[in-house]
Design a protein around this ligand. Structure first.
Ligand SMILES: O=C(O)CCC(=O)C(=O)O
Length: 256
């Protein structure tokens, strides 16, 4: 058993991972999320934006999700979410292997980070958001961390990420059906009473890290002219284990 001193000792600033300081680690463990500013950088974010817009213009890709075929006006019909691009696109694979992002994820996980999936959200003007949820309501592996890289400036108007600080302490919560008018996914989490939502302002190239049990999601992009694109990697720990979800806590438990 560790002594009190070793259990509470934190590495000094800049010694945890290449860009992750002791303050980032403290914030991540207390709040369930932290932003590492400029980790990917504006220049790389601009290259990624151009690349994924060109890929999207090529047409459908495996696993595309998010459009509403009953509503021709849904912007997500033209810009559905991409998934696991690293399996068929070399640049995505290279970006998902970015050493600074992986090192930051490892430092926050306190174990090696292993890529689990990649996603690209385009979120064009007028697009719906994604109901608040926990990633472990989809991916039943622990520990799990999301690395959400902003490719555009993100604010309230274009549907920035919303998090509930400290929500990871509730563990994996029950799921519920949500309104398809505001969310492109059909399930969300039951929000614990007393929860406080917080919008995360980000610049292109900033990376938001959040744990598998942190409640997060986003509202609509209410602008008429600004995308809110993001490149997302989910990592699991190299000592992670799969768990059996408690009844009613996995998105698959929702009635079809
Ligand atoms: O970008 C969003 O609106 C939600 C993203 C999300 O849920 C995730 O990256 O796990």
């Amino acid at each position: 058993m560790p002594t009190a001193a070793t259990a509470t000792a934190l590495p000094s600033a800049r010694s945890v991972g290449s860009e992750v300081t002791a303050e980032h680690l403290r914030a991540y463990e207390a709040d369930g999320f932290v932003v590492v500013r400029g980790l990917v950088g504006a220049e790389r974010a601009a290259t990624m934006r151009d690349h994924f817009m060109a890929l999207r213009a090529q047409g459908a890709k495996p696993g595309d999700m998010g459009g509403d075929k009953t509503n021709a006006a849904d912007p997500l019909n033209r810009y559905p979410r991409m998934i696991n691009m690293h399996q068929w696109d070399q640049l995505s694979a290279a970006w998902a292997a970015d050493a600074s992002v992986a090192a930051a994820a490892s430092a926050l996980l306190r174990q090696g980070a292993v890529l689990n999936q990649t996603m690209l959200y385009f979120k064009p003007p007028g697009a719906r958001g994604q109901a608040l949820h926990q990633d472990q309501q989809y991916i039943t592996i622990d520990p799990l961390i999301g690395a959400w890289c902003a490719l555009d400036r993100c604010d309230r108007a274009n549907g920035q990420m919303i998090v509930i600080p400290g929500s990871q302490r509730h563990g994996v919560l029950p799921v519920r059906p949500v309104d398809a008018a505001s969310s492109f996914t059909s399930g969300g989490t039951v929000i614990p009473p007393g929860s406080r939502e917080s919008g995360v302002d980000m610049e292109a190239g900033d990376v938001l890290f959040f744990s598998g049990a942190t409640i997060h999601g986003s509202y609509a992009n209410t602008t008429t002219d600004r995308f809110r694109r993001s490149f997302i990697c989910h990592f699991i720990g190299d000592r992670a284990t799969r768990f059996a979800p408690a009844p009613g806590t996995h998105m698959d438990h929702l009635a079809p």
